[in-house]
Structures are given as structure tokens and as C-alpha cells.
Design a protein around this ligand. Structure first.
Ligand code: ADP
Length: 397
């Protein structure tokens, strides 16, 4: 019987999944991937096989109102599609590993308890990641589950990049800068030697621009700084999160507007960023199509912050050799890439407009001092590889 491995990336309203298969005495390979979107509103399952051929595109029962029910629906679909499969392991994306977890870990009740303590540091993600772990453990008792963290890749940064300049007794219990999107950055760093060998050992800024957005300064494949910090709120402007903001504004919300902590949390995680500025949408596609001044300002601010913080990380690295764009906006929007590159031209960036429009892997001119790349990310592959390695079931190398 073939063996299967499952990768789950559970968000507040979506559950992304990948299925890996290993034939008897064969190698693991991707079998299919998909997602349940619209959990709690209009749940919809889509899935494709490894070649991109559609396997499912179906509305689900609207009673699928939370992550647990979504896992049950996914389990049913998986059973109907891969009937009788033996699942060897489940790998999960977990956003926050806190101070305790610098590496992926096999989940035990003790690990789960520690990860629950981090929910206030990632309220938009962590509860959903953990709910998926609990639901998968119930459906697949005895099958090992592995947590892979978005913070791990950043551990080992210089102390000066991690410190938060508050009193020591406040910081001693884990108040520090962690950084996120680490699975994405780790994947990009892992493929640079093959895709962009001339910068793989150099100084690179990776721009992960999706509904969450951040930059990572990478030196010889290792993270030395990033724009996200203690939580996933800092740095760049995001779909619904503000990015860097004067902490005095938060005091103002409490002291002058009399808002509760929950209300401030909702504003910071769900109502700010592109959505807050535009008042129209958190989706970059909608804003690029719109001629409303507020939509234009939101896009201008997104680009402005990206260029400003590319400058800051270039200073951290003492100059850069390469810039890589990835994630939803970074991979798909030639216009945003072009605008960020134009604003960063002072660094010696010369964009190749035709290559950018075609989305070639390399989008800079040969004369450009800094090479520019578009590399699709693959967080799920990193999770699958970590899970396989940790459990001793990876491909033979
Ligand atoms: P996440 O995994 O955090 O949900 P993604 O990396 O999938 O985010 O990015 C999602 C975002 O990418 C969408 O909100 C949308 O704004 C943006 N996006 C996707 N395609 C395009 C495009 N063609 N042009 C501009 N933005 C795009």
C-alpha cells in the first residue's frame, strides 16, 4: 500500500492542503494540492493534481463554519479521492514558535500547551493553526503531527536585530523581535543556489508580498533581520494590518478614544493597512483597478513603505546583491514590482520591463548592479521536508 503525508496550512477562513504520496519503495512526490476557502461564509473546495489538472471545484455545505468542520470535510474528500490511504504524518504551518521553538517539533500535549500560550502574539493565525492540529489528531489518532514555524528561519539573528528597547524585566519573558514568513524565506533561500547562483552566497533582500507582507535581509542564506517583529503587525503595509506605526497612536486609541484591548486588536489585525487607507478592499487587485483617490493612496503607501524599508535593510546588509519578489502580490503584480524597483533605483536597480511583464525568473537588465528575481514561494514543500526529516521518513539522498 502507498504511504501518504499531509501538509495543512490553516487560516481564519481558509484551509490550504497538500497531499504527498510515496509508492512502495519509491520517493515522496506531490500528489495534489488545494484549499477550502470561505469557511464560515460560503465554503468552497478546490484541488488540483501535481500537473495542475483540476480534481475538485465544489461548493460545500454552509454548515462548515469553522476550522474543525473544514478538516472533517477535507478528510471526507481525501477518503473519497485517495480511499484506503495510509497517512504516515501530518505537517502543519504554525505561525508563532515563540522563544521555545527554534526548529520544527513533533507535537505532544506539552508542545500544544506551550503553543497555546502564544495565541495573544498571533491572534489572526495561531488559534486556527492549533485548531487544525487538534482536529487532525482526533481524526488520525496515533499519526505523528509536526509543527513548522514561521519564526524559526529568523532565529540566530544578531542580538541587535532581535532586541526590543523596553525595560529588561518586561523583555525577559520573550518580548523580542521574532520575524515571520520564515517558511517562505527558507524555501527561497534553499532554491537560490539553483535559480540565482550568483547571489546565493551574497546579500539579498527577499520581499514576501501577500496579504501579509514583509522583507527579510539574508546574508549567505541566513536571515539577519526582517521587517516583522514581536507580532505580525510591524514593518510593511499589509492587506488589513498597518505595518510600522508610532506606538503613541495605540496609546491614543486607549486613552482618548476609550477603546478596549479587543477593539484595538480588531483594528490592528483586521481593519487597517490597504483596507483601512482605501476603505474599499484589502485585495491589491481591486485597488489597482480602482480610480478612487483613497485606493490610489493605499497603493502608493504600500509601495512607499516597501521602498523605504528596502533602503533600511540594504543599510543593515551594507549594500545588496539581489532582490527577490515572492507571494501573491510579489509573484503576480508586474505593476507593483515595477513601482518598487523604480523607487529603489538609487540602489543601482535597473529593471528589464519586458522580462518583468513576462514574469521571467530574472527581471533585471544585465547592466543592473543588483539582480532582481521573481521566485514563486512554496511553504508547503518546506513543511513536508521538515516533517519527513524530523520523522525519519524523507526521501533517500
Ligand atoms: P496569503 O497566503 O497570505 O493569503 P498570498 O500570498 O496568497 O497571501 O497573496 C494574496 C494577495 O495577493 C491577495 O490579497 C491579492 O491582493 C494579491 N494578488 C494576487 N494576485 C494578484 C495580482 N495579479 N495583482 C495584484 N495582486 C495580486
Amino acid at each position: 500500500m502507498d504511504d501518504y503525508g499531509l501538509v495543512l496550512n490553516a487560516g481564519s477562513s481558509s484551509l490550504k492542503f497538500c497531499v504527498y504520496r510515496r509508492p512502495l519503495a519509491g520517493w515522496w512526490r506531490l500528489e495534489g494540492r488545494g484549499q477550502i476557502e470561505g469557511i464560515g461564509t460560503a465554503p468552497h473546495l478546490t484541488a488540483k493534481d501535481a500537473a495542475g489538472v483540476k480534481l475538485a471545484d465544489q461548493k460545500l455545505d454552509s454548515a462548515i463554519s469553522d476550522g474543525r468542520k473544514a478538516i472533517n470535510a477535507l478528510a471526507e474528500w481525501l477518503r473519497s479521492h485517495y480511499g484506503g490511504a495510509r497517512v504516515l504524518a501530518v505537517g502543519h504551518r504554525v505561525v508563532h514558535g515563540g522563544p521555545c521553538f527554534a526548529n520544527p517539533v513533533v507535537i505532544t500535549p506539552e508542545v500544544l500547551a506551550e503553543l497555546r500560550r502564544l495565541i495573544p502574539l498571533a491572534p489572526l493565525h495561531q488559534p486556527y493553526n492549533l485548531a487544525a492540529i487538534e482536529a487532525a489528531s482526533e481524526r488520525l489518532p496515533g499519526v505523528p503531527q509536526v509543527a513548522c514555524f514561521d519564526t524559526s528561519f529568523h532565529r540566530g539573528q544578531p542580538e541587535v536585530a532581535e532586541v526590543v528597547a523596553l525595560p529588561r524585566d518586561i523583555c525577559k519573558d520573550g518580548v523580542q523581535r521574532y520575524g515571520f514568513h520564515g517558511l517562505s524565506y527558507e524555501y527561497i533561500a534553499s532554491v537560490l543556489p539553483e535559480v540565482a547562483p550568483e547571489i546565493a552566497k551574497g546579500r539579498v533582500i527577499i520581499a514576501h508580498l501577500g496579504s501579509g507582507a514583509s522583507l527579510c535581509a539574508v546574508k549567505a542564506g541566513k536571515s539577519v533581520d526582517s521587517t516583522l517583529g514581536f507580532t505580525a503587525l510591524d514593518g510593511l503595509c499589509m492587506g488589513t494590518r498597518p505595518g510600522a506605526i508610532d506606538p503613541g497612536v495605540i496609546l491614543y486609541l486607549f486613552q482618548n478614544l476609550g477603546l478596549s484591548a479587543k477593539e484595538v486588536e480588531t483594528i490592528l489585525y483586521k481593519k487597517s493597512g490597504l483596507l483601512g487607507i482605501s476603505g474599499i478592499s484589502n485585495d491589491m487587485r481591486d485597488l489597482l483597478k480602482s480610480s478612487e483617490p483613497a485606493a490610489r493612496l493605499a497603493v502608493d503607501y504600500f509601495v512607499y513603505q516597501a521602498a523605504k524599508q528596502i533602503g533600511a535593510l540594504a543599510a543593515v546588509l551594507g549594500g545588496i546583491d539581489g532582490l527577490v519578489f515572492t507571494a501573491g502580490i510579489g509573484e503576480n503584480s508586474a505593476e507593483i514590482r515595477e513601482r518598487i524597483c523604480r523607487s529603489s533605483a538609487w540602489l543601482g536597480i535597473e529593471l528589464n520591463d519586458a522580462a518583468n511583464a513576462r514574469r521571467d525568473p530574472r527581471i533585471s537588465l544585465p547592466s543592473s548592479k543588483i539582480s532582481i528575481w521573481v521566485i514563486p514561494t512554496n511553504e508547503e514543500l518546506m513543511i513536508a521536508q521538515h516533517t519527513g526529516r524530523l520523522l525519519g521518513i524523507s526521501n533517500p539522498h
